[in-house]
Structures are given as structure tokens and as C-alpha cells.
Design a protein around this ligand. Sequence first.
Ligand code: P6P
Length: 346
Amino acid sequence: LGGEDRRQGEKTFARWLEVETWRRPEISDMSSIMMAVESACKTLSALVKRAQTDDLAGMYHGGDSGGVNIQGEAQKKLDVVSNRIMVAQLCSPGGLSCVASEEEEYPQMCSTVVGHSAFTGEYAAVFDPLDGSANIGAGLPCGTIFGILKRPPGGKVGPRTVMQSGKRLLAAGYCLYGGQTNLVLTLGNGVQQFTLDPKRGEFVLTQPNMRIPIRGSLYSANEANSHAWDGRIQDYVNDLKTGRGPSGQQYQSRYNGALIADIHNILHYGGIFLYPADNKNPNGKLRLLYEGNPIGMIVEQAGGAASTGFQRILDVPPLNTHHRIPTFFGSPEDVYDLCAYLKRPL
Ligand code: P6P
């Protein structure tokens, strides 16, 4: 790394956050929460690596907890442990009043988690502690997705804080546990990527101000469900394959089966991620609070678009904490093309 790059590579997450809060005093009271998020991601990165190397205490392989989460998905012990780590580490600084997890049926009050009423701050966190955990057994990528909200003016702190639309998010991001561990986040002023330096045990700034290409050449979708998609989405994807789409170029298919890995790919190379409604998921599979909104904020802050096909994801008012939506993320030109197909008569 030379010059600016080398200096960037030396800027730890803590140093970057210090400068950012100096520049923007209005975010300073989120600082301790963001440091707790960073710490939780370091813990979970180590946990995933151990589960993949020595499968600590059978936490993954054959490590079913015997439980089923609110989504009806079998929970690995790793899912349960990851969730407990996120809840405990995020509640510890005191700035949060409640946390809502994809793994839990209801939001939890931090004062209950910690057992003291002092832990009732102005903020709330939403997260998916280990998204794509089914990939772990094969050593493939998975990750953590998070978002931070503040109680609405005059509102009470508590579960209602998490039931705000995504445009109210103050911070969002993901941590991708793959070949590298990459923490990609926004505090509402651009997208930054930090990479975990295993020697120093620190996240260092490696991609300041990430921008998604205005149009890409990748599409990412589970085409096993395509027979059940809206016919206009089938037409859109077929045109991407044959080069008959508006761009005239032929797209390549890439699909990891873990949202964060697919989104990270699309952020770097451009293109579109699609999880449409289908016969198994009539409202789409991905959850608005834990996936749609935090990833939607990241993609928009990087210059991209996040749509249900008919509406901006960040404008969708949550109906409940497990509200699912059809989900399209990516380069603005690609998402707009998809939405134009959906304006065609059925
Ligand atoms: P499918 C993982 O379970 C997840 O929630 C997302 O990370 C991912 O994008 C999607 O589901 C994969 O779903 O139906 O293709 O296995």
C-alpha cells in the first residue's frame, strides 16, 4: 500500500469514528454503540472461524440447538450463541433501550437483558446476528447485519423504536465473515469498508466512500424459484441472460446463498440482487427490519437503489417485526430497469 492507501490502511475503526464524531458532533452519542457493534463483529468473526476449524463443542456440524426460530428455521447452536453475543454486547454500553433480532419473536428491552433500569437509552438496534449461517458447514461466507434507530421525537423508548421505516435509520451495515472479515457501514454520510487485520485484531479502513457502479454486469438470484416469479421478472432476467435488456449487454449470474456475500459482490462490481415473491414466499423471503432496511441504506448511501419493485424499501412502513418484502438491490440503472419491466401490463 503506498501513500494515501497506506495511511488509510493504518486508520483503525476507532480512529475513523473519532474523526467522524469530531466532524459531526450530532452523532457523538452513537459512538459507544458503534464501538459495541465493532466489538461484537470481532467476537462473531472469531466464533465463525472456530466453528469452521475445530467446530467447537459441535456448535455447528450436527450442532442443531433443537430450537426453531420465529422464522420457522432450524437453529444451529451457533445461531443461538451469536444472537446472545449480539444482544449482550449491544446492550452493554447503555445507549440502547431495546434490540430486535431476526432470531427472536419480540424485541428485548436492554434493561431486562442487563437487569438494570439504567440501560434505557435513546436508541434501538435491529440485527440478523448470523445471516447465511447455513453456509458455514461448507466454509462459505456468512455475516451479521445491523441497523441503529433513535426513538422518534416525543416517542417512548422501547419496541416502537424499531418499528420505524428504514429512512429513519441513523446507521447501518454488515460484517462479512469470508476469506477476509469486512465491516461495511454507513453513519448516513457515505459507505466505508474496514478489514479485520488478524495480526492487530483491529478493523482498518480499506475502502473509504464506497460507490456502486451506476450499471453493472452481474445479477444475483435463486433461479430455482424463477418458475414462480411474476412473469415480468422472468422476462427481465431472461433479457439479462440474452443481452436483449435495455443495456444490450449479457449479464453474468453469481449467487452465494448469503445476502451479505451477494450484496458485497454487487457493491463492488455493480448489477442487481433479486429476491422476488414466489409461491413459497408470497411476500418475498427477506425481512424488512433486519435485511431490507439496513442493506437498503448501505446500497443507497453507495449511490445505488433498493426497491420492492414498486416502492423504495426505506419508505415501507413496517407492519410487524417480521415483515417480509420482495427485495431488489443494486446499481441504479439496473434496479430502475427492473421496475420499468414491472410497470408493463401483466
Ligand atoms: P435461498 C439466508 O438464509 C437468507 O436469509 C439470505 O442471506 C439469503 O439471501 C437468502 O436467505 C437465501 O435464500 O432461498 O436462496 O436459500
